[in-house]
Each structure stands twice: as C-alpha cells, then as structure tokens.
Design a protein around this ligand. Structure first.
Ligand code: SF4
Ligand code: SF4
Length: 136
C-alpha cells in the first residue's frame, strides 16, 4: 500500500464516521444485505479492505453501485461499525472528480453512460440518494 493510498483510506474512514477497528468479522452485515448476490465485495469485506487501506480495490468494486443504502447492515451490526456509511464515503470519492465534489443534473446522463459502458447497473435508489446527498 502506498503512503498516499493509506492517507486516502484514513480520510475515507474518517469521513464515514465508522470505526473499522471495532469489526469482529462476524459477517452479519453481509448476511442481511439484500444486494449480497450482486456484489463482488460484500459489506464485511468492505470494512476489512478499508481497515487495510485497499482504496484501489474499494473504488473499483461493483458493490459501490449495487448498495441500495437500505442500512440493513447498520441495523444488524452488533458492534456499531455501520458498513453502509463506509460505502457511501467511498462512493463520494468515486464521484467527486465528476465536478468539484458536487453532483449536478447535467452530469447524470454522462455518469450513467460511463457506468453502463462498464457493465454496471445503477439502482434508482442509489441515484436518488447520491443526488440528494451530493448536490447541496
Ligand atoms: S446499505 Fe448497502 S451494504 Fe448495507 S445492507 Fe443495504 S444494500 Fe447491503
Ligand atoms: S456485522 Fe459489524 S462486526 Fe460483523 S462483520 Fe459486519 S461490520 Fe464487522
């Protein structure tokens, strides 16, 4: 892991407000996730990767765009780790180069087209959630 990747990982974890060190790898977050089957990196693995500073792996994960922001993993986690907030923070970093950390209406079609070309499907809930959160 490069030093700048380690710093970025620390920034993402700090921004998410999660404490990845509290994770006891029980897998309950993944077991309750409705998008489990569609994910290449499952919620508990996301936490581990963030803890290990694997930002590149997190950013290229299809799971970023499969998470429905339902927060079932947050409810289920016995240690209060809140994996969904971590996924949201990584999404933010994935989207931020698209325009000064903001998501504007005119970038949405381009954003969708880029993802579709990579074979990713974007749930409506994700788009609504991201737009509400990043367009302020
Ligand atoms: S918030 Fe995302 S990761 Fe968590 S349970 Fe829902 S779909 Fe899965
Ligand atoms: S439910 Fe919580 S403690 Fe268990 S693996 Fe998921 S994040 Fe870690």
């Amino acid at each position: 892991m490069r030093v700048d990747e380690k710093t970025l990982a620390e920034d993402i974890v700090r921004m998410s407000g999660t404490n990845v060190k509290k994770c006891m790898k029980c897998g309950k977050c993944s077991a309750t996730c409705p998008s489990f089957e569609d994910m290449d990196v499952h919620p508990h693995s996301f936490v581990t990767m963030a803890e290990e500073g694997d930002v590149a792996g997190l950013l290229k994960s299809k799971s970023l765009w499969k998470c429905l922001s339902c927060f079932a993993c947050v409810e289920r986690c016995p240690r209060g780790v809140e994996p969904a907030h971590l996924i949201e923070a990584v999404r933010f970093f994935a989207l931020s180069p698209q325009g000064l950390n903001k998501m504007k209406p005119d970038v949405v079609p381009i954003f969708l087209q880029n993802l579709e070309e990579k074979g990713a499907e974007v749930p409506q809930q994700l788009l609504t959630s991201a737009f509400r959160k990043y367009s302020k």
